[in-house]
Design a protein around this ligand. Structure first.
Ligand code: UDP
Ligand code: MG
Length: 313
């Protein structure tokens, strides 16, 4: 492969990764010698020394570019920023904690050279992630597939190679605010290749994804791509309506035929609670979609930058 022919951008979202950046740069230098590289670091409002370390490495390595957000805007916003500022003919997005091994990048590039516009990675679960994380991620992808977003598989993460054409589509034509890049890539289509890898353990620090942030991302992923939950909530309402109708027939029968109209407190409560529950669930789902439309309507930026290592064109 002629490594000089193209510029490869590596995009690293960083939130409190001060101790991982030097080892990361060492790994990049060791594994990707000879490649023409652009190293894009997006500091997502870190509260440790990440920005200080980035300033230092940018001063000594001209391939390093960084931006620093005014506050924490989240992993997906950091990725979008990286995609917006990178200039490579293709880019690889990967975690700054060395969990996504830099050695895999060469294989991704080989697939790109053979014509794949998107090269995804599939994590082989060999114990680096907790059982809880593996299982919840499996359930999530199964749900996404059932809801109609094909192409997402367990073991996928924000670790992939994108051709310039795909970067430009994401940049210019998919400006939505509910960011779930993995899903956006599945939606885009194009020729995609898959590469499996064994993840490494996070080098320093703790994962920033807890149960709540994972649920939030899953919710964004679902609502950004499908309105099927609205259909489900409607179906739930219809189901309870039919159930209540049947019960009403029974009540009428008891009233007019048997005449024994003993007040049935328990059954009444069950019907009332059941119907109210279904109504509330439907309203909540509807409300979430309206809320998302409201946020989208405001058209706020995905992130704000307080410092960058390069001048803006
Ligand atoms: N990250 C980020 N903003 C956040 C949370 C995480 O930029 O609000 C970065 C983080 O520094 C890392 C990547 O996103 O490079 C993935 O996060 P993490 O390793 O915590 O997630 P996990 O690998 O445990 O899913
Ligand atoms: Mg990680």
């Amino acid at each position: 492969m002629n490594k000089q022919r193209f510029l490869l951008s590596l995009i690293f979202p960083c939130y409190n990764e001060e101790k991982n950046l030097d080892p990361l740069l060492e790994a990049v230098c060791a594994e990707l010698e000879g490649f023409e590289l652009e190293l894009v670091f997006v500091d997502d409002g870190s509260i440790d020394e990440t920005l200080g370390v980035l300033r230092k490495i940018a001063a000594r390595d001209s391939r390093v570019k960084y931006v620093s957000f005014s506050r924490n805007f989240g992993h997906q916003a950091a990725l979008r920023c990286g995609l917006e500022i990178c200039q490579g003919d293709c880019c690889v997005v990967l975690d700054a904690d060395l969990q996504h091994p830099v050695r895999v990048v060469k294989t991704l590039v080989e697939h790109w050279e053979q014509g794949s516009k998107i090269v995804r990675t599939i994590r082989l679960d060999k114990g680096a992630e907790s059982l809880f994380k593996r299982q919840t991620s499996r359930w999530f992808y199964e749900l996404m597939n059932r809801l109609g977003l094909r192409g997402l598989k367990p073991g996928m993460a924000d670790f992939y190679l994108l051709d310039r054409e795909i970067i430009d589509i994401l940049k210019e034509r998919m400006k939505e605010s509910g960011l779930f890049l993995r899903g956006m890539l599945a939606w885009i289509g194009f020729e995609a290749a898959e590469v499996t890898y064994i993840p490494d353990k996070r080098l320093h620090g703790l994962s920033k994804y807890n149960l709540v942030s994972m649920l939030r991302l899953a919710f964004t992923g679902i609502t950004a791509f499908t309105t099927i939950p609205l259909v489900i909530s409607g179906a739930l309402g219809a189901f309870f309506l039919v159930l209540c109708g049947i019960y009403m027939l029974y009540v009428l029968y008891v009233h007019f035929v048997t005449g024994s109209t003993v007040p049935g407190w328990s059954s009444l409560m069950i019907v009332t609670l059941g119907c109210n529950g279904a109504t509330l669930i439907s309203l909540a789902i509807l409300g979430q979609y309206i809320g998302l439309a409201y946020l989208e309507g405001k058209g706020r930026p995905h992130y704000l930058v307080k410092e960058r290592s390069f001048s803006q064109d």
